[in-house]
Design a protein around this ligand. Structure first.
Ligand SMILES: [Zn+2]
Ligand SMILES: [Zn+2]
Length: 292
């Protein structure tokens, strides 16, 4: 009996070592709620403690500006200030290190869920913010140019909605194909690129957050997964969240581009209305990656 208990203890110990936080669920960033938090933080700066600073830490960590985003720590310390300044610089705002009006406005905009600044695996240092286009760490890219793509959603889509999505997805892929050597052929999954609509926690550790906030995310080559938040007010006429605009951006990630801080580029992280054409920055980025 004692031996069995000992074995059981060892088993639990091993489980804990293998997966030290087995019961922690990934948390979605609730950006519309976060906007209210930001408004309460207006004017807060280094040396102060205020409710919501922890959420600001989480935001800055999620998008790559801070390595420790402990959401229970409401102290606005040196780390938060320098991360906030980094965010402001990357976004062409005044680098005040204070939660000011233009920072609140920028952080409240819908955006892509991928980080702006990507850390090197196992590195403690953040990469320097790019001045224009960027790549994922290690510059992963496709080893072939003839790619297949297909659709698989975990929510039910109406026929009308899906036919609009399909047409917009094709146009977005063709826009990239025109400036590269890539070809895209539609087929039922399995395919090189699999895109779909998902709601909330959908099993990849990056839960969606309901309307607005994070709109979509896509993984670096040669992963091929591209997910759209099913709860967005998607639109095909540029009235609300324009699907083709977001699809064009996410296709950039699928092909190997990170976020750009060039204002107006497709690979800019923030959604700023309909944007269905590539800019020179986007074209320079993809051509530099594949040496076209
Ligand atoms: Zn993105
Ligand atoms: Zn996902």
């Amino acid at each position: 009996m004692a031996l069995n208990l000992l074995n059981l203890s060892i088993l639990f110990f091993l489980l804990f070592i293998v997966n030290p936080f087995p019961f922690v669920e990934p948390r979605a960033l609730q950006l519309p709620v976060f906007t209210k938090t930001l408004q309460n933080l207006r004017g807060v700066h280094k040396g102060q403690k205020a409710n919501g600073v922890g959420e600001l830490r989480s935001y800055l960590q999620h998008f790559g500006y801070l390595t420790n985003g402990d959401s229970s720590n409401d102290n606005f310390d040196n780390n938060v200030e320098s991360a906030l300044k980094h965010y402001q610089e990357f976004n062409h705002l005044r680098s005040t290190g204070v939660v000011d009006d233009e920072t609140i406005k920028r952080m409240s905009l819908p955006r892509c869920g991928m980080p702006d600044i990507v850390t090197q695996p196992n590195a403690n240092q953040l990469l320097v913010a790019p001045n224009n286009y960027s790549f994922f760490p290690g510059q992963p890219k496709w080893r072939k140019f003839a790619l297949t793509y297909g659709h698989m959603s975990s929510v039910v889509l109406s026929n009308n909605f899906f036919s609009s999505v399909r047409a917009a997805k094709l146009r977005a892929l063709q826009t990239w194909a025109r400036v590269t050597n890539f070809t895209f052929t539609e087929r039922a999954p399995p395919a090189d690129i699999v895109y779909g609509f998902h709601r909330g926690d959908h099993g990849d550790g990056y839960p969606f957050d309901g309307p607005y906030g994070v709109l979509a995310h896509a993984f670096a080559p040669q992963n091929g997964r591209c997910h759209y938040d099913a709860d967005e007010p998607w639109d095909f006429n540029g009235q609300n969240i324009d699907f083709e605009t977001v699809a064009l951006h996410e296709c950039g990630h699928l092909l190997g581009l990170g976020h750009s801080n060039t204002r107006g580029s497709v690979m800019e992280a923030t959604y700023a209305g309909q944007r269905r054409s590539l800019t020179q920055d986007d074209i320079d980025g993809i051509r530099a990656l594949y040496q076209f």
